[in-house]
Design a protein around this ligand. Sequence first.
Ligand code: NAP
Length: 310
Amino acid sequence: MTPIAFVNRLPAEAETQWLASLRAAMPELSVLALRELDVQARAGVEVAIVANPYPADLALLPNLKWVHSTWAGVERLVAELGGDAPPIVRLVDPELARTMAEAVLAWTYYLQRDMPAYAASQKARRWEPRPYRRPDETVVGLLGLGALGAAAARRLSEAGFRVMGWSRSPKAIRGVDAGTDLRHVLSAADIVVCLTPLTPQTRGLLNEERVGWMKPGAALINFARGPIIETQALLAALDRRRLSHAVLDVFDEEPLPAESLLWTHPGVTVLPHISAVTDRRTASAIVADNIRRWLAQGVLPQSVDLVRGY
Ligand code: NAP
């Protein structure tokens, strides 16, 4: 049986944990790290499981038919592998969607209940009750209604928020006012949540002009990718109090450099890319199922559209 290669750029401990989890999920198959494969074995590899691989490492597998990423976001992989890439299958995991929906709800509450303002009041020893805004008086606009955005939209709607959504193609999600007009969503939302992939079309999506479309006093949550928002435009809007607050989990450069103004800006909450972390156990089970189906029936799971970029 030809081995399945695990090609990654992970720290040694994380690689060991992933190998253990993948092997437990598909004990009938042989899952090996690239360094465990000699030249002859590499030539037999048809499927690679990848976690942020070096493109040069994948090039050592001359008969690769497709790769399965252990991550949901594959923008870096698509960019690094370029047009000659084999089909890329990304992780679509209900557990990841649940985790992201939970994070979106948690940080939406953080903003709806004015927690950044109360933290500032406490620091200044000021007793300052603020007016209460109910969920059904709060409009949350989701940019991106894919696997993660749609789950978040449903969760917010169940919690009583008024939810609007924006995506490339029209969507019908119960309780969600979904459409394809970005300005309509940005101008109505009290809280904008970004969950689109990073593509040539979404890079700089929230620039000065579009931040200007946002409702005065609105807040922003970015759980997608840093470059979707132009940092200078965001900082300028926060400085002018045009926007009230930004919760950022993703950045142009990660880890966020120590000298970044974002660390200390009173209008910014910095998170270290933790809004939805892959669950190794559920992800390994999904990867294993997809590989088994391909081996048994030749069915390739839906792969990333390299032209569209996601
Ligand atoms: P997905 O299923 O591919 O959904 C992407 C959504 O964005 C779709 O609704 C898509 O529209 C929309 N979209 C893409 N390009 C657009 C454009 N130019 N204009 C309007 N809408 C556009 O992706 P996902 O699984 O939900 O993941 C979304 C992103 O979350 C990932 O790409 C990744 O960057 C990020 N992520 C972050 C974390 C974290 O911990 N911070 C964890 C996992 C993932 P259509 O429906 O019309 O195609």
